[in-house]
Each structure stands twice: as structure tokens, then as C-alpha cells.
Design a protein around this ligand. Sequence first.
Ligand SMILES: C[S@@+](CC[C@H](N)C(=O)[O-])C[C@H]1O[C@@H](n2cnc3c(N)ncnc32)[C@H](O)[C@@H]1O
Length: 330
Amino acid sequence: VTGEFQAYLAAKRSVDDRALDRRTLERLRTALAAPADRPLRVLEAGAGVGTMVERLLEWDTLPPGDVEYVAVDIDPDSVAAARERLAGWAEDRGLAVERGGDPPAWAPVTAAPLSLVGPDRTVTVVPATGDAAEVAGAAEGADLVVGMALLDVLERAALPAMLSAAAPGGLAYFPITFDGGTRFVPDHPLDGAVERAYHAHMDAKDDARSRAGEAALATLERLDATTVLAVGGSDWVVRPGPDGYPGEEAAFLHHILDTVEGAVAETLAGDERGWATTADPALDRDALADWADRRRRQVDDGALTYLTHQLDLLARVAGTPAQSAGPQLE
Ligand SMILES: C[S@@+](CC[C@H](N)C(=O)[O-])C[C@H]1O[C@@H](n2cnc3c(N)ncnc32)[C@H](O)[C@@H]1O
């Protein structure tokens, strides 16, 4: 089940581990309280291969006690990879892995749970295929809603749907939200044009996806139902050490270069909205291919540094248990 994209998401874990804003994560840890009479409920949308489940457990971000963790992704290959990866992760830590049973009633998914059973707690993970907004829109009562590296790929309207899954007083955490910076070092004369064309490609799908972090922060600040608890930068910094790139980060960079080249090629072909006004006439298909080849050789030579700008956002979703209709969202 593990294809190139799933390998990319696995390679991305060490990059994200370095990047995640620790103050925002600490605020999340202290704000999360274990419910007295039931397991903690977490809904993650766009969960990929499940690296955030591992991280929140390894880093003791979730409070002690049982957890129900519904991990939804639209891509069935990633969901299958998450199921396999999390079982291996649990076995490596001496946790018993039990399969079967029903998914929790609060989340509208049909997939079979994977229970990771340790001496002190059971974490019931449900990797399930589904659309973020659809599942979140029909779920309710989550103590925590997570969307990592997600808001720049979703339509803006998906954010209120995600928030509506939270219980009154629940939390929403959106780390690694892309926010408009794509840099490569050493510099190249076409870098500016490549960056603008790459971001124009994102913005052609939906306005301001290339500034999804800023847009999500504005939405969370504007909505009556949400209070922003913490915001921090979570820029990716991928650079070689004396022995090359850490872990699988060279493969991560090759995937990024393929993505950037593919998107810019589409922008050149389609002359996407907004880009033409800033277009550099020197950037044509041949120049793009040269740029990408040079960058790939720099990865192979351990000579490329890649930087992005991202935001981690944490908010509380207002409401009291008496507001059974749920939070008022736009
Ligand atoms: C950039 S990846 C991030 C994956 C994971 N959160 C991580 O950080 O490793 C974005 C993920 O969102 C998923 N995705 C895209 N659109 C989605 C949607 N409408 N509903 C649910 N998942 C979606 C993709 O399949 C992909 O796994």
C-alpha cells in the first residue's frame, strides 16, 4: 500500500518534528484535560500515514487515560498505510494490538478500530477513508480536532465544518499550515519567478491558499465561536549535515521538487490568475526544467537548503454543554 506519496509523508515526519512550534504544542498539552467519565475524543482530518498519532503519544501531549482517535484521510492508500504503520509502531513499543469492534459513536465512520493496549491506557485508533468536511460536519463532541498541513489543500469552507466537530470548550489544532514562503538556497536567478508561479498555482484553485495560515488565523479570530489560544511559526528548514540529509529527507526534497516543478509547469501552460502580472519572461518550460535539474543535483550533492513559512494555530471552540445545537459558525 505504500506508494511514493506515503513514503513522502513518512519522510516528512522528521522535518515536521523539528518545525512544530513547541510553545503552541505546550499550550495544547496544558489545555487538554482528560474527561472524567469517558475516553478523550480526537478527530484528525487529512491524517496521512498517521504520524501525528505517534507524535502526540510519544511526546505525551495527550493527557493520561483512554483515547479514541479517529484519523480520516480522503486517500485510501494513506489510510491503509496508517493502519499498517501504527500497528508496527505499537508493536515496537510493546503495546498489544487488537483489531475489530465498532468505531466510536461520536464519529460517522465505518472503519474497524485498531486498539493499542498498554498497561495504563488503551488508545483506540480508527484510520478511516473520508472527506474532512463531511466527516467533521457529521461528527460531534470531539475534545480535539486536528488538521496538519491540511488547510492549504482544503476549501476555506472546510474550516468551519472542522470546528463544528468540536465539543463545547473543545480544541482545534492546525499545525504546519502553509503561509506563503518557498525558498531554496543557494539562490538562483529564477527563484522568485518559480516561487510566484508555484504560489499562483495554489491560489488558482481557491483564493489565498498560498497564505492559508494567515487566512485561517483571520477566520479563527473573527468567529464568535473560537478563541485563539496560541499561534507560532513552524517553518520547515531542511539542510544537509556533514553526513548528508537526516533520515529520508533527501527523498522528501525530491518529492518537493517534483511538486514545485509540476505546479509551475501547469501555471506556465495555464497562465494562472494573478501570476501573469509578475511573470518573469525568462521562466519558460526549458528554463524551469534546467532550474529543477540543478536543484535535484544539489540534493544529490548534499548542497540544497529548503525553507518554507508555516503557522501552527491553536483555538478553543466556545460553548457550554447547554448549547446542544453546537457552536455558532459562519
Ligand atoms: C500535505 S498532506 C498532510 C498529511 C498529514 N497531515 C501530515 O502532515 O503528514 C495532506 C493530506 O490531506 C489529505 N486530504 C486532501 N483533501 C482532503 C479532504 N478533502 N478530506 C480529507 N483528507 C484530505 C491528503 O490525502 C493528504 O494525506
